[in-house]
Design a protein around this ligand. Sequence first.
Ligand SMILES: [Zn+2]
Length: 124
Amino acid sequence: MKLESKFDLNQKVYRISSFSKRETIVCPKCSGKKYVLGDDGTKVTCCWTGIDYVNHPAAWQIEGVLTIGLVRIQATNSSEQKVEYMCNETGVGDGRIYCEEDFFVTAEEALKECEVRNKENKDE
Ligand SMILES: [Zn+2]
């Protein structure tokens, strides 16, 4: 029996995941200066109370680059081979566990897969 993982120890991989992003919006009245000029030219504290951020809905994006520090391959008679990884950046042995499907060698590949998965989400 030969078990194989797609990625090697110490290999750098692009991880993709689905998460929402919060983007800060600069106040449209004072451009973030926190004051506006009154008619007589004096500074008046800006009182804009609009929402100063926008939440983008969850979408597949590149989460970051990780270095593989542990490879775990599990095989049983009743299930397909399952490969899990742990990475130096997030803890090896005691940390996050990653699936092979979310790792890519290049940013281009990773972005392509993000596009595919985001399209699938929209089609649902
Ligand atoms: Zn303001």
